[in-house]
Design a protein around this ligand. Structure first.
Ligand SMILES: *[C@@H]1O[C@H](CO)[C@@H](O)[C@H](O)[C@H]1NC(C)=O
Ligand SMILES: *[C@@H]1O[C@H](CO)[C@@H](O)[C@H](O)[C@H]1NC(C)=O
Ligand SMILES: *[C@@H]1O[C@H](CO)[C@@H](O)[C@H](O)[C@H]1NC(C)=O
Ligand SMILES: *[C@@H]1O[C@H](CO)[C@@H](O)[C@H](O)[C@H]1NC(C)=O
Ligand SMILES: *[C@@H]1O[C@H](CO)[C@@H](O)[C@H](O)[C@H]1NC(C)=O
Ligand SMILES: *[C@@H]1O[C@H](CO)[C@@H](O)[C@H](O)[C@H]1NC(C)=O
Length: 471
C-alpha cells in the first residue's frame, strides 16, 4: 500500500502546474472525408491525455461530442463570416454567439473564440472587418454573461516585416495603424492574448542552406544562435520566431499582451522541393517542442511567460489542397494510428530521458505506475487499454502474454469476429489487456504489461467492439 500511495503522489507531482510548464493542445482540422466520428475523436483525445483542442469552425456535432468530456475547445468564426459579423447593428454576431457559443457553453467548455484565421493574408481582403467583428462578438458575449471566453484572431508570421534577428522583429508598416494596434488594444482591454501561427518548417525549408536542421528541430545542443541586436542566445528557431513577434509587439508598446501559439507543426511527408519534410523530422520537431513546452520556462525575451501551443494537427487531412505537406501534418492517421511515436503528456515524457528526440531514434515507454493512480483513487467502473506510446514490440509481447498464459478471452479479436476491426495492434492489445484485467477483478498491477497498458474510466471505443466490464 505504501508503494501505491507513493506512486500516486509521484504521478501527481509531475502533472501539477507548479513546474511552470505551458500546455500542449491540438488543432482538430477536418478537411478530409475519412476521419472518425467526433465522438470517437473525443475518446482518442482522452486516451492520449490531450485536454485542449482548437477547431476551424463551430461544428455542432463536434461541440456536442465535446460536452462534459474534460476537453476544452477554441472555436472559430470563419473568415467568410467576418464582414457579416462586423455589421454595425451587431445582429449577425449576436445570432452567431447564441447559436454557436451560448447553446453549448459551459457543458462544452469553450475557452476562446478565434475570430477569423490569418485574416491579413485572406485573398478576399477581410482585414478591415476584423476588429469590428471582434468588438461585436465581445458585446454579445457580455450580453450572454459569457465574457470569460476569450476573443482573439490567429496571425501568421507573415504579419512581420522582418523577423531576423528576433530583436529586429517589426510588424508590416501597413498593418500597424490599420489593424495591429486596434486589435492589440482590444486584446489588452479584454485581458485576452494574441494568437500566433508559427512554422519553423517554412523558414527552414526555404533557407536550408543557412539554417541548421538541428536548430529547427530543437536539438542544437551547444550550437546556440546569438542575436547580434541584444546578445540573447537561442537554442531553437521556434523561440527565435516567437521573440520576433514579442519584439514587434514591444515596438508598438504592447509588450504586456500574452501570446498563445495557435498553430505549429512539421509535416511527415512533402514534395521533393519541400526540404525537411519527413516522418523523422516531424517526430523530432513535435516531440522536442512538447518537451520544451512541458518542462517550463518561456523564450529569452519573455522568460517567465509559459509557452502554450496548439499543434497542427490531430489528423492527416486528405482533402487539403496545396503541396503534399499540407495533407501530412497529422499526429494520427484517420484510422487513429499514430504517424510517429512521441510523448504527448508529462507522464510519457518522463520516460524519454533528457537527450533531445532525434527522429526515429525516439524511445518511449509509459510509466509503470499509471494503473496504480486509478486503483488507488478507487473510482467507479474501470477498463484497461493499450498505451499507444509503448511501441509495437511491447504491445505485441503484452498481447501474446494476455492471450496465452494470461488466459484472456481473445476469441473476439480473431479474424471474422466482432472485435477484429479495427485491425490494429493497439485495438487488439487493448481488448486482450482489458479481458485479462477484468478476469483478474481489476486487481492492482493487472493493467500494466510492462508499461504497455493503463486504466481508463470511460468505456473504450474501437469500432463497434464492446469491451466487457467483468466476468
Ligand atoms: C471569397 O469570397 C467569395 C464570395 O463570398 C467566396 O465564394 C470565396 O470562397 C471566398 N474565398 C476565400 C478564399 O475565402
Ligand atoms: C482591400 O481593402 C483595402 C481597404 O478597404 C483596399 O484599400 C484595397 O484596395 C483592397 N484590396 C483588394 C485587393 O481588394
Ligand atoms: C452572470 O454570471 C455571474 C457570475 O459569473 C452570476 O452571478 C450572474 O447571476 C449571471 N447573470 C446571469 C443573467 O446569468
Ligand atoms: C521592412 O523590411 C524591408 C526589407 O525587407 C526594409 O527595407 C524596410 O525598412 C522595413 N520596414 C520597416 C518599417 O521596418
Ligand atoms: C542556449 O540558449 C538557451 C536559451 O535559449 C540557454 O538556456 C542556454 O544556456 C544556451 N546555451 C549555451 C551553451 O549558450
Ligand atoms: C540526429 O540524427 C541525424 C541523422 O541520423 C544526424 O545527422 C544528426 O547529427 C543528429 N543530431 C543530433 C543532435 O544528435
Amino acid at each position: 500500500m505504501a508503494i501505491l500511495i507513493f506512486a500516486f503522489l509521484f504521478l501527481l507531482s509531475f502533472s501539477s502546474p507548479s513546474e511552470g510548464g505551458g500546455s500542449v493542445a491540438v488543432n482538430y482540422g477536418r478537411i478530409a472525408n475519412d476521419l472518425p466520428q467526433p465522438a470517437q475523436v473525443v475518446e482518442l483525445l482522452k486516451a492520449q491525455g490531450i485536454n485542449k483542442v482548437k477547431l476551424f469552425d463551430a461544428d455542432s456535432t463536434v461541440l456536442t461530442a465535446l460536452a462534459n468530456s474534460g476537453v476544452s475547445v477554441v472555436v472559430a468564426l470563419p473568415n467568410e463570416l467576418l464582414s457579416s459579423a462586423a455589421a454595425t447593428d451587431g445582429s449577425f454576431s449576436e445570432k452567431w454567439v447564441q447559436t454557436n457559443i451560448a447553446q453549448y457553453h459551459p457543458s462544452t467548455q469553450i475557452e476562446a473564440i478565434a475570430v477569423g484565421n490569418e485574416v491579413f493574408v485572406d485573398p478576399n481582403n477581410t482585414t478591415q472587418f476584423l476588429v469590428p467583428a471582434m468588438n461585436n462578438v465581445y458585446k454579445s458575449l457580455v450580453k450572454h454573461n459569457l465574457s470569460s471566453i476569450k476573443i482573439s484572431s490567429p496571425v501568421a508570421l507573415s504579419a512581420l516585416n522582418s523577423s531576423y534577428p528576433p530583436s529586429a522583429g517589426v510588424f508590416k508598416p501597413e498593418l500597424i495603424e490599420t489593424v495591429m494596434k486596434p486589435m492589440l488594444e482590444f486584446l489588452r482591454k479584454t485581458s485576452s492574448y494574441l494568437m500566433v501561427n508559427a512554422y519553423p518548417f517554412f523558414a527552414y525549408s526555404a533557407n536550408s542552406d543557412v539554417i541548421s536542421l538541428d536548430y529547427a528541430l530543437f536539438r542544437a545542443v551547444n550550437a546556440n544562435v546569438t542575436d547580434p541586436g541584444n546578445g540573447l542566445s537561442y537554442s531553437s528557431l521556434f523561440e527565435a520566431q516567437l521573440d520576433a513577434v514579442y519584439a514587434a509587439m514591444s515596438n508598438i508598446q504592447y509588450n504586456d499582451v500574452p501570446v498563445v501559439v495557435t498553430e505549429t507543426g512539421w509535416p511527415s511527408k512533402g514534395d521533393e522541393n519541400e526540404i525537411g519534410a519527413s516522418t523523422d523530422n516531424a517526430a523530432a520537431y513535435n516531440g522536442n517542442l512538447i518537451k520544451r513546452v512541458l518542462t517550463g520556462g518561456g523564450t529569452p525575451l519573455r522568460p517567465n511567460e509559459p509557452l502554450n501551443v496548439y499543434l497542427f494537427a490531430l489528423f492527416n487531412e486528405n482533402q487539403k489542397t496545396g503541396p503534399t505537406s499540407e495533407r501530412n501534418y497529422g499526429l494520427f492517421y484517420p484510422n487513429k494510428e499514430k504517424v510517429y511515436n512521441i510523448p504527448l503528456t508529462m507522464e510519457a515524457l518522463k520516460a524519454t530521458g533528457s537527450t533531445p528526440i532525434n527522429g526515429s531514434k525516439v524511445q518511449v515507454t509509459s510509466p509503470p505506475t499509471a494503473s496504480e493512480e486509478v486503483t488507488t483513487a478507487a473510482v467507479g467502473q474501470t477498463w484497461c487499454v493499450a498505451n499507444g506510446e509503448a511501441g509495437a514490440e511491447k504491445l505485441q509481447a503484452g498481447l501474446d502474454y494476455a492471450c496465452g498464459e494470461g488466459g484472456a478471452d481473445c476469441r473476439p479479436i480473431q479474424e471474422g469476429s466482432t472485435c477484429y476491426n479495427p485491425n490494429t495492434l493497439e485495438a487488439h492489445a487493448s481488448y486482450a489487456f482489458n479481458s485479462y484485467y477484468q478476469k483478474n477483478t481489476r486487481g492492482a498491477g493487472t493493467c500494466n504489461f510492462g508499461g504497455a497498458a493503463h486504466v481508463v474510466t470511460q468505456t473504450p471505443k474501437f469500432g463497434n467492439c464492446e469491451f466487457p466490464t467483468g466476468y
